[in-house]
Design a protein around this ligand. Structure first.
Ligand SMILES: [Zn+2]
Length: 340
């Protein structure tokens, strides 16, 4: 934790808080304040524990605002994109809003991991795809989205989707949105079948999962929102507030028959409970396959809602979790506290 603190590692946002003994102040791991010496620091899993130990919240990093707020400029930019008829915001328009384009680029990239231009491009293409799929004439879509030349539109479209606009009519796309939680940001992907992926954005191997999904489903991933994604965000909010332990979402995990069997079994582990790999193997009627079951467990792409974090070692110790062992521990503590 001290290493994360000295690096101001944003992946640990919400995972722990730091109390500084010399000042009596507690902070987020990413606080801009000068970093204290390790002997003057103690760590707390929650704000409440820091408060109970007599610390007061830092005025620089506002640790009481549990989830990382969207930077106001980023929010403003996203809104501007939504409002723009053709989904495009030019540098000139930014200047008219008194926004320096390079600041916009930097902040947007820092928060979303993609440049403002890339976001607009992806968003415009997502909208174009939706229009084309709804049956609107390609030429109309092209003009509405601000493409003057037909060939330019076709080329840009094919670059993103690997398909011509006409060929894309039958194609589905995966909508992606980010969901903030007290344990850090998550990425959620859904299509009309349901939720396909829910992972912490710093999960190791996430890139690989995205490539695999795109390949299996033969469809592109574009930023956007849908009823399923909204509902996922809402239910996750209730989960973290302790008001919901069971999810009621259309899940559409992508995997082999064997993986799906294991994932179905995971969903039978009640909140507040844990199981060992050996127990899982026995219940699945595969007593000799705990390793294969472990691998299937690790390849679950629907974190939290398919509760792979509820599988632990036979001796009760926690074993690996791609989202970080910290999170596994915090999830289990949270569920023990709120499960009835
Ligand atoms: Zn601070």
């Amino acid at each position: 934790m001290y290493r994360a603190l000295s690096r101001r590692d944003a992946a640990y946002e919400g995972v722990f808080f730091t109390g500084v003994k010399t000042t009596g102040i507690f902070c987020r791991p990413t606080c801009r304040a000068k970093k204290p010496k390790s002997e003057n620091v103690e760590f707390f899993p929650t704000v409440v524990e820091a408060l109970h130990r007599g610390y007061r919240p830092c005025r620089l990093c506002h640790p009481m605002d549990v989830t990382k707020p969207v930077p106001p400029l980023v929010e403003k930019l996203r809104r501007k994109v939504e409002e723009a008829a053709d989904g495009r915001v030019t540098d000139k328009e930014l200047a008219a809003m008194n926004v320096d384009p390079s600041t916009a680029r930097r902040q947007f990239k820092a928060y979303h991991g993609m440049t403002f231009h890339a976001y607009q491009r992806a968003r415009r293409m997502g909208l174009a795809l939706r229009d084309v799929k709804s049956g609107r004439p390609v030429i109309e879509v092209q003009l509405d989205r601000g493409y003057e030349s037909t060939s330019g539109f076709r080329e840009a479209f094919a670059r993103v989707f690997g398909e011509s606009p006409a060929g894309a009519r039958a194609m589905d796309c995966l909508l992606a949105r980010r969901i903030e939680t007290p344990l850090g940001s998550m990425l959620a992907l859904a299509d009309k079948e349901g939720l396909r992926l829910l992972e912490f954005v710093d999960r190791r191997g996430l890139e690989r999962e995205l490539v695999a999904l795109r390949r299996r489903l033969k469809c592109p991933i574009v930023p956007g929102n849908s009823g399923t994604l909204d509902e996922t965000a809402r239910q996750l909010g209730e989960y973290f507030a302790g008001n919901r332990m069971k999810f009621d979402l259309p899940l559409a995990p992508v995997g082999s028959d064997f993986q799906r069997r294991v994932w179905a079994e995971l969903q039978r582990i009640a909140p507040g409970q844990t199981r060992s790999y050996a127990e899982m193997a026995k219940r699945l009627g595969l007593p000799k396959a705990p390793r294969a079951i472990g691998r299937a467990n690790g390849s679950n792409m629907l974190a939290i809602v398919i509760p792979c974090h509820r599988v632990i070692r036979a001796d009760g110790s926690l074993c690996g979790y791609a989202g970080g062992i910290w999170r596994k521990q915090r999830l289990l503590e949270h569920e023990r506290k709120f499960a009835r």
